[in-house]
Design a protein. Structure first.
Length: 437
């Protein structure tokens, strides 16, 4: 008998591996935060003595969701400015509000608030494109989640820094603090082609190469952006980034609508990743990312919610369903993005996009035990022919019952173990009262 920390028995284990397996009546054995075995439940009891055994009847274990793009602390602006197109939303509402309210305290509180929502909807790793990254990092660690932090660089002053160089210096400082951290990675997050001139982008490219870190950026969010950049700089945004040397296999391009065939060639040749945020794109009427076309060119497409101020939730189950539906509509092809591929987009593709796939993104021996359990026992999940179909097309986040990160139980039968839900709700209400004035 081999000693382990945790044995989870489940009706289904969906590893999201290359074989696209669905394993029935299987168990996941965990020791030192890692998956050490996945085996039939009737064999597990004879092989392992676990400090803790958890049996989940009619629940499915999947890899924790990887939310590849968002602005966590903006959860405190949820519902503040709805039903607007991107530039009106940013210029007339979001940027003025950020100028008034964003601070170290706002980011600490907002990131904890967002982390609580993400854990309760099955996300184990997220990417955060926001200011005061040092504060965000502390909240990530408190929550027990993993995060890629990509603090922004903009041409204009923000509450975090006055100049592009000051933004970059602050980013490299936080990067140094969290070098080799197991749960936090810090990368560059230049905001967008229309807010970043060549000079800071060239400096970011040089530093990213030197430090071997990714770059994440909003690119081709709308047709208006593309047309404006052609007029202002004589180039399409993706081509400009290629010419500046930024487009490579560590580049994470958020949104990617309004794409020409040449844009797709540029992304495919570079091996860059596309971070698709379907609900934010729909709500801001930004445009459509041609997911099916990109995947057929071998481009890795991952999934993100964007911030709760434009989505308006941080729910990867909902995002996955929307992505699967929208891919069919945009591709005019009902076969586009089938259920298992949508699940892969929300898990292993996200891990690949963040360069974290050696450790997370699938349930495989040797990987970290970042696991989400979804209940499929209630009326809404019957009859059940295929658990993956139900997870993608017929499940809601209240069905997320358990979440583990690195083997640590962060959500236990829908109760947060690292965060105080009532205190977080109270704190969010206080921010709302202040912001509303
Ligand atoms: C890059 S982080 C800081 C910056 O980005 C703004 N932002 C939030 N959501 C979006 C979006 O969908 N497109 C462009 N910019 C966005 C956020 O408010 C911050 O100012
Ligand atoms: Zn965004």
């Amino acid at each position: 008998m081999q000693p382990i920390d945790t044995l989870i028995n489940a009706r289904w284990v969906i590893p999201v591996n290359k074989e696209r397996d669905i394993l029935e009546n299987h168990s996941v054995a965990i020791a030192d935060g890692k998956i050490v075995d996945i085996l039939a439940t009737n064999e597990a009891a004879d092989k392992y003595t676990a400090k803790e055994t958890i049996s989940l009847q009619d629940q499915a274990l999947i890899p924790g969701f990887v939310n590849t793009h968002g602005h966590a602390a903006m959860a405190l602006f949820r519902g503040m400015a709805d039903d607007l197109e991107l530039m009106t939303w940013l210029n007339d509402h979001v940027w003025p509000a950020e100028g008034k309210w964003v601070s170290a305290e706002f980011v600490k509180d907002g990131t904890l608030f967002a982390a609580a929502e993400m854990i309760r909807s099955g996300t184990t790793t997220f990417s955060d494109n926001y200011f005061f990254a040092g504060e965000a990092a502390k909240s990530v660690i408190e929550s027990g989640m993993r995060a890629q932090l990509c603090p922004p660089v903009l041409d204009f002053p923000t509450n975090w820094a006055q100049t592009p160089d000051e933004h970059i210096d602050l980013i490299t400082e936080v990067m140094g603090e969290y070098k080799n951290h197991s749960h936090v990675r810090v990368v560059f997050g230049p905001h967008a082609p229309y807010t970043c001139s060549d000079e800071p982008l060239i400096r970011i490219k040089e530093l990213a190469d030197e430090l071997n870190v990714p770059v994440q950026m909003h690119v081709h969010e709308t047709q208006v952006e593309v047309d404006g950049q052609i007029e202002q700089r004589g180039n399409r945004p993706i081509r400009r980034l290629k010419e500046l040397g930024l487009l490579n296999s560590k580049f994470q391009a958020v949104h990617m609508t309004a794409l020409s065939d040449e844009d797709i060639d540029d992304i495919a040749e570079a091996g860059a990743h596309v971070l698709h945020c379907p609900e934010s794109n729909l709500k801001l009427a930004s445009g459509f990312c041609p997911v099916d076309k990109l995947q057929k060119r071998g481009i890795n497409v991952a999934l993100g919610t964007d911030g709760a101020a434009s989505n308006n939730d941080l729910d990867m189950l909902g995002e996955m369903r929307t992505a699967a539906m929208l891919a069919k509509a945009v591709g005019q092809n009902a076969v586009a993005l089938p259920a298992y591929e949508a699940l892969a987009m929300a898990t292993i593709n996200g891990a690949k996009a963040l360069g974290w796939d050696a450790e997370i993104g699938s349930l495989e021996v040797g990987k970290c035990a970042d696991i989400t359990a979804i209940a499929l026992d209630d009326l809404e999940s019957q009859p059940l022919y295929d658990p993956v179909s139900h997870i993608v097309y017929a499940s809601t986040r209240d069905q997320v019952k358990h979440v583990w990160v690195n083997g640590k139980h962060l959500l236990d039968d829908r109760n947060l173990t690292t965060l105080d839900k009532n205190a977080i709700v109270e704190n969010a209400k206080q921010w709302q009262a202040k912001i509303k004035g």
